[in-house]
Structures are given as structure tokens and as C-alpha cells.
Design a binder for this molecule. Structure first.
Ligand code: NAD
Length: 302
């Protein structure tokens, strides 16, 4: 069996796979090279860089498994894979805590202006009064999507003394009660929250879930955080709302186009931006690689 590792994954996952297969690591592979070489592989492992399109799948007569060492499979044409009987696997639990921790980091950065204070000190200034912050304690956090990551954010926000509102049409009353959160509709969440954080998948239903109308419902001091997927927030509408002071600030780990070259958001002070590193911790990447390696081993071993 031959496995192509097309995006960089933790070496522990590769070591597991090498027990049962020949592993080729080529993390700079281009789309054209992939189209040419995929015919010689039984499995491919990707993160988010490599796009496993219908074209790639159709050029892969031996392929049995497409593995995403992480959560979102939006870089894989799952429909095309299913049509050809190719399994698509991922490691959905592996990164939840890591993304939730990143979300809390962005929340604190916005509340305490850490990004601006850091820049100011490094530029030789000492502007204590400029960086008056806001406590998270007693503030209302609106969580859009309370799945694996959203629930981890809820737990952490509660330990910070925050009141939590949740909008998620697919969770049960029991789950909400267990988590000690109030379920509200999107409008109420937008109107009442001091900080809003998004943890839904990108689907046709959630594309531009947050656009002009929704941003206008937010408090003019409120912050919004997107650690889910670019395209859930309409970036042009977000820029206008931030620039005109209709909302307080935003933190984005994901963008409509990555990297967000030339985006006017790059010039705003009330914005904290990170380069899609929500899942980038040693622990999450190790766990994701080991989980998908073990799944592939199970399939190969029948
Ligand atoms: P999940 O499937 O466990 O949870 C998603 C939740 O969203 C579910 O509870 C679902 O009911 C809810 N939902 C779906 N549509 C909704 C809607 N229209 N309105 C409100 N709620 C809705 O997924 P997860 O593991 O928590 O991951 C969430 C997303 O985070 C992933 O889809 C992925 O895009 C993103 N993610 C980003 C990074 C990163 O690096 N920044 C890493 C991992 C995951």
C-alpha cells in the first residue's frame, strides 16, 4: 500500500503509517503534480492546502482513502469521492480544544487591546491610558454554533464569569441545559452580546450568515470573532461596520481569500488577524495525524 502525505503532518502519524505502508511525503506538491502522481497511491493525507478536487479523484484509480488531518473537509470533493467508493475520513475531535483556546486568546486580545499595546511598547512608547480595556467577567458572549468547538468555548467563557447565549438550531434543549446556556435566535444573540464568536461549518446556509443586516443589529461596542471559515462573515460588510464604528472590533483567523492580500481589514486597528492557525498547536496536530494514521491502518489491515 502506498500513502501520499501532501500537506505537512506530525511525524508520529507518519511513523504509524510506515508500519503498514510505503509513505511518500511531498508537502510542496502542486495541483498538476498531484494530478500526475495520484494514480500510484492507495491513500492521500491532506490538511487544508491541498485541494482534492473531482479531477484529482478521477485521476486516482487505486485511491481508497482521502484523509484530512483535521476537521473541515471543504477542500475535498466528498461527493466525487463517494461516487467512486473512496472513503473520506477526518479527525474532528482532535483540534476542538486548540481552536477554543485560540478563540479565548483572540477574545482577550480584543478586550485588552494586546495587539496594539504590544506594537506601541515595541515602538518605544509607554501609553498606559490609551489601552484601557474591558473585563470579560459579567459580559455576554454569543456563541453561534455549539458543536465540538463551540462547547469548549462555552466552558472556558463560563470560567471567565461570562453569561453565554447560544444560537444553534440543531442542538437539543437537554444539551443546552447540560451546558448551562440559554438558546436564543440569531437576532437576539446579535442584539444582546458583548462578544460574538462563530463556530459553524461553512455551508450554503451559513455563507454570509453575518452581513450588513446582522452587523447592524450588534451593539456598537461589540466584538465579533471568526475562527470557523472564511465566507461565513461578509468581509466587505465587516470592513464597513468597523470603519464606520458601527461595531467595536473583530478578530479573524479565517478569510474569504487566504491570505487576504490587499484586504482593507489589514489596515484597521480594531481588528486582530491570525493566519488560519486556530488548529495549529503541537498537541492538536499530533493527535490529528495519529487519528487519521490509525484509521488508514485499520482500512489497510481489513
Ligand atoms: P461541529 O460540527 O461539531 O459543530 C458545528 C455546530 O454548528 C453544530 O452544533 C451545528 O448544529 C451548528 N450549526 C450548523 N449550522 C448552523 C447555523 N446555520 N446556525 C447555527 N448553528 C449551526 O463542528 P466543530 O468541530 O465545532 O467545528 C466548527 C467549524 O470550525 C468547522 O466546520 C471548521 O470550519 C472550523 N474549524 C476551524 C479551524 C481553524 O483552524 N480556524 C480548525 C478546526 C475547525
Amino acid at each position: 500500500m502506498r500513502v501520499l502525505v501532501a500537506d505537512s503532518i506530525n511525524e508520529k502519524g507518519i511513523a504509524e503509517l510506515e508500519k503498514v505502508a510505503e509513505v511518500v511525503v511531498n508537502t510542496n506538491i502542486t495541483h498538476e503534480e498531484l494530478l500526475e502522481s495520484i494514480k500510484d497511491f492507495d491513500a492521500i493525507i491532506v490538511r487544508s492546502r491541498t485541494k482534492v478536487t473531482r479531477e484529482v479523484i478521477e485521476a486516482a484509480p487505486r485511491l481508497k482513502i482521502i484523509a484530512r488531518a483535521g476537521v473541515g473537509v471543504d477542500n475535498i470533493d466528498v461527493k466525487a469521492a463517494t461516487e467512486k467508493g473512496i472513503m473520506v475520513i477526518n479527525a474532528p475531535e482532535s483540534t476542538s480544544i486548540t481552536v477554543a483556546e485560540h478563540t479565548m486568546g483572540l477574545m482577550l486580545a480584543l478586550a485588552r487591546k494586546i495587539h496594539l499595546a504590544d506594537k506601541s511598547v515595541k515602538e518605544g512608547r509607554w501609553e498606559k491610558s490609551k489601552f484601557m480595556g474591558m473585563e470579560l467577567n459579567n459580559k455576554t458572549l454569543g456563541v453561534i454554533g455549539m458543536g465540538r468547538i463551540g462547547s469548549q468555548v462555552v466552558k472556558r467563557a463560563k470560567s471567565f464569569g461570562m453569561n453565554v447565549l447560544v444560537h444553534d438550531p440543531y442542538i437539543s434543549r437537554e444539551t443546552a441545559d447540560e451546558m448551562g446556556v440559554e438558546i436564543v435566535d440569531l437576532e437576539e444573540l446579535l442584539k444582546k452580546s458583548d462578544i460574538i464568536t462563530i463556530h459553524v461549518p461553512l455551508t450554503s446556509e451559513t455563507r454570509y450568515l453575518i452581513s450588513d443586516r446582522e452587523l447592524d443589529m450588534m451593539k456598537d461596542t461589540a466584538f465579533i470573532i471568526n475562527c470557523a471559515r472564511g465566507g461565513i462573515v461578509d468581509e466587505e460588510a465587516l470592513y464597513n461596520a468597523l470603519n464606520e464604528g458601527r461595531i467595536g472590533g473583530a478578530a479573524l483567523d479565517v478569510f474569504e481569500e487566504e491570505p487576504p492580500k490587499g484586504s482593507p481589514l489589514l489596515k484597521l486597528n480594531n481588528v486582530v488577524l491570525t493566519p488560519h492557525i486556530g488548529a495549529s498547536t503541537v498537541e492538536a496536530q499530533r493527535d490529528a495525524a495519529i487519528i487519521v494514521a490509525n484509521e488508514i491502518k485499520k482500512v489497510f489491515e481489513g
